[in-house]
Design a protein around this ligand. Structure first.
Ligand SMILES: Nc1ncnc2c1ncn2[C@@H]1O[C@H](COP(=O)(O)OP(=O)(O)OP(=O)(O)O)[C@@H](O)[C@H]1O
Length: 208
């Protein structure tokens, strides 16, 4: 399960933000994206996840291999924790939520509506969907926002376990997760300004 990005140029709101990107993500590996605020990390993740087309270049990955966790949690506020996970299990065509509940310490919250969770608990539930998805390539945008130290460690353990079973992860994060990961600084790939339509793109997905 290899993700390959070749000669990629990406845009946001019709304006190119990064260009000339080439990288591959092999099974069992994590790649951490670094770069200053606004450089285009989220845009790159959205493009790799298939939420928007590249300007130029290719992205190849096995079909139905990607699970994408965006900035926002994208939870169903009136559904319980268990119902949210079952909802996503139905979407992904998988069965069972126990591993996801255990992996993110949610067993004590199964009957709580997602809207009544704390910010960190919501984030844990959002990340638990990765386990429900059973997808091999995780695309993660600032996954540790709102997480306390113990929950960051829990998340890092989940990523390590995923890599150990042949999964992979592409992660935009400003913190050190303590993973054995490759690092790609996208700063040097900033696009030359002056082209594009400038159209506003209001789409902001929670999870796919
Ligand atoms: N919906 C949008 N429409 C138009 N432009 C946008 C939109 N969202 C972000 N941008 C712009 O696109 C550029 C890239 O933004 P992006 O969110 O990809 O950066 P980032 O590297 O993820 O930043 P951060 O580290 O702050 O999360 C920025 O200049 C940003 O202002």
């Amino acid at each position: 399960m290899t993700l390959t990005v070749t000669d990629l140029t990406i845009s946001r709101g019709g304006i190119p933000v990064l260009e000339g990107l080439n990288f591959r993500l092999d099974a069992g590996r994590a790649l951490v994206l670094r770069g200053p605020n606004g450089v285009g990390k989220t845009t790159l993740l959205r493009t790799v996840a298939g939420l928007q087309p590249p300007v130029t270049g290719q992205i190849t990955n096995p079909p139905e291999s990607i699970a994408y966790a965006a900035h926002s949690d994208g939870l169903k506020a009136t559904l319980t924790v268990a119902e949210n996970l079952h909802f996503w299990a139905d979407i992904f065509g998988t069965k069972g939520i126990d591993k996801a509940l255990a992996g993110f310490d949610l067993e004590g919250l199964v009957d709580r509506p997602a809207g009544a969770l704390s910010a960190g608990q919501k984030r844990r539930l959002g990340l638990a969907r990765l386990l429900v998805s059973e997808r091999s390539i995780w695309i993660l945008d600032e996954p540790t926002v709102s997480l306390d130290v113990a929950s960051v460690a829990m998340f890092a353990d989940a990523v390590r376990a995923h890599l150990a079973t042949g999964g992979s992860a592409l992660i935009a994060t400003h913190i050190d997760l303590g993973l054995d990961a490759d690092v790609l600084d996208v700063g040097p790939f900033r696009a030359v300004p002056g082209s594009g339509s400038g159209d506003f793109d209001g789409l902001d997905e929670g999870f796919l």
